[in-house]
Design a protein around this ligand. Structure first.
Ligand code: G4P
Length: 522
């Protein structure tokens, strides 16, 4: 219980370029995981040395597709930081990652406020009902007014912002923040390239007025105004995902990074018992259990293998222990357990609730599966999103059909795309289904580069999918602009070219099963 209590497991969500990579790196700096200088784990344009093929794709596109997990100590706590893809097309992946997180930090660019991708990713957070801290980044640059940003959060996300820090000055003149939790004015000093922690000084009000004059008084006034309208931090509504504590800062210069990390430790919840598929909570001190939220092959060229990531939900995990894989009923050895540090991996010997473990070559393990020891448990599956884009995949080179089939099934297991098959045609020309079209780019790139199977995709006109059954299948298939295909879990999906036609059909033929796919609301 004490080990669980020390854990904080959270994810960062943000629109591309808002500063997620920079903030992650600065968290590591403050956690002491980089020594004393930042700059060594810079992603994207920097020097990720062991990049896999599709990380090259990330580099070309300047976006983050992979999500990694980082663990580092901070104060007397252990922080597990889950990275999420920064693009809406990968919101299903984000959804799965959030299934393993207890909280999220939403990073906004101070000059832009809420951007479209933030909105989508935020909806995914809301679906999962996790508490969200907001970091308004890049305050060292010309920005919107603080109140404007708060207004944006309130209007666009229907989330009440409760500032826990307030900026004194802005852009070049960004001096520090009022720390709402202590009442202090914390003044920062820039360091060269932000490579080391920003020195902080607590300045008494009298000296602050003397040295910062109007900037300080303005900040105090603004904050007073907010308190007067009741935007004060409230634990209950924060934990319920109704309010969001807001922090101002600059990841580049490290201003406000420590305050944010302190808030993660002090405000976000430690792991709590996870409910099983019958809604019974699994006690944290029950024997080991975990659930798989991510599967990824070929993360690293040096290790062409498949890793299943699980979150520990109860008990202690020890490397080498034999656990039961609930979904196949088979025992599973855990000799090759590791923790990830960016793209590097380190062997991991033990883990506690809230921790993330990567298991190499656990080949039968799928997303949503449960692992346990001694005391049986099954956690609910992670629901799939409703796809909105559908493309037929064919191999360009028939002599590579085996590679094509293996590659497609691996991508299916990872949830890179959903794979739908016509029962009569089978694996020859499966339909790849995606929430966003960029998933197709990743699939094509990986099939060619990792599996040696160049493919040709032809887009279809289908735009909406519904769950159906055997009884409805024949009637649906006889219609124009409709097809019924099977997902690899056996579920039948009816695809429609026209949402209007679908609506009409639902009205006219109530005998047909045409259920909405539940998750994601996207
Ligand atoms: P992302 O992971 O969310 O996509 O964003 P990332 O951290 O890569 O940041 C995007 C750009 O914004 C980077 O600049 C980064 O240096 C800059 N940035 C991040 N935080 C701050 C901040 O607090 N203040 C300012 N002024 N800039 C910030 P770039 O030019 O694209 O890359 P680089 O060449 O500087 O690495």
């Amino acid at each position: 219980m004490a080990e669980a209590q020390r854990r904080r497991t959270f994810a960062i969500i943000s629109h591309p370029d808002a500063g997620k990579t920079t903030l992650t790196e600065k968290f590591l700096l403050y956690g002491g995981a980089l020594g004393t200088e930042a700059g060594s784990v810079k992603g994207k344009k920097g020097g990720r040395s062991a990049t896999s093929d599709w990380m090259e794709l990330e580099q070309q596109r300047g976006i983050s597709i992979t999500s990694t997990v980082l663990q580092f100590p901070y104060r007397d706590h252990i922080i597990n930081l889950l990275d999420t893809p920064g693009h809406r097309d990968f919101s299903e992946d984000t959804y799965r990652v959030l299934a393993a997180a207890d909280a999220a930090v939403m990073v906004l660019d101070a000059a832009k406020g809420i951007e479209p991708q933030t909105l989508k990713l935020f909806e995914v957070c809301r679906d999962r009902e996790i508490p969200i801290l907001t970091f308004i980044n890049k305050w060292d640059r010309p920005s919107l007014m603080p109140l404007e940003i708060l207004d944006d959060i309130e209007k666009q996300l229907s989330l009440t912002p409760t500032p826990l820090s307030w900026p004194v000055g802005s852009s070049e003149g960004f001096r520090g923040v009022l720390d709402q939790r202590t009442g202090d004015f914390v003044r920062f000093t820039r360091t060269a390239r932000g490579a080391t922690m920003a020195p902080e000084e607590i300045v008494e009000p009298e000296r602050a007025i003397e040295e910062e004059g109007g900037l300080y008084e303005e900040a105090v006034d603004e904050l007073g105004l907010l308190e007067a309208v009741g935007n004060e931090y409230d634990e209950e509504t924060f934990l319920a995902g109704v309010t969001t504590p807001v922090f101002f800062g600059s990841a580049l210069t490290n201003f406000g990074v420590r305050l944010l990390l302190d808030a993660v430790v002090d405000l976000t919840p430690p792991p709590t018992p996870k409910n099983d598929h019958e809604d019974e909570p699994r006690r944290l001190d029950a024997p080991f259990s975990g659930f798989v939220f991510k599967v990824q092959a070929n993360m690293d060229k040096a290790h062409r293998d498949r890793t299943a990531f699980f979150r520990v939900c109860s008990g202690k995990f020890e490397r080498g222990m034999v656990v039961t894989h609930e979904n196949s009923g088979k025992p599973l050895a855990t000799k090759y357990a590791h923790t990830a540090f960016g793209t590097d991996r380190e062997t991991l010997d033990e883990a506690w609730p809230g921790d993330i473990v990567g298991l190499v070559n656990a080949n039968d393990v799928r997303i949503g599966d449960t692992l346990w020891q001694d005391e049986h448990v099954r956690f609910p599956a992670i629901p799939s999103f409703a796809p909105q884009h559908f493309a037929i995949a064919r191999t360009k080179d028939s002599s590579r059909f085996k590679q094509f089939r293996n590659g497609v099934s691996q991508l299916d297991e990872e949830g890179v795309v959903q794979v739908l098959r016509d029962r009569d045609i089978g694996d020859q020309a499966p339909i790849l289904a995606a929430v966003g079209p960029m998933q197709f780019e990743v699939a094509v790139h990986r099939l060619e580069n990792e599996f040696g199977a160049p493919v040709e995709l032809s887009m279809t006109n289908y735009s909406v999918a519904r769950l159906t059954n055997e009884e409805s299948m024949a009637e649906l298939r006889a219609m124009q602009g409709v097809d019924v295909l099977a997902r690899s879990d056996g579920t039948l999906l009816a695809l429609f070219e026209s949402p209007y036609w679908l609506d009409r059909l639902i009205g006219e033929k109530p005998n047909l099963m045409l259920d909405k796919l539940v998750a994601g609301a996207i």
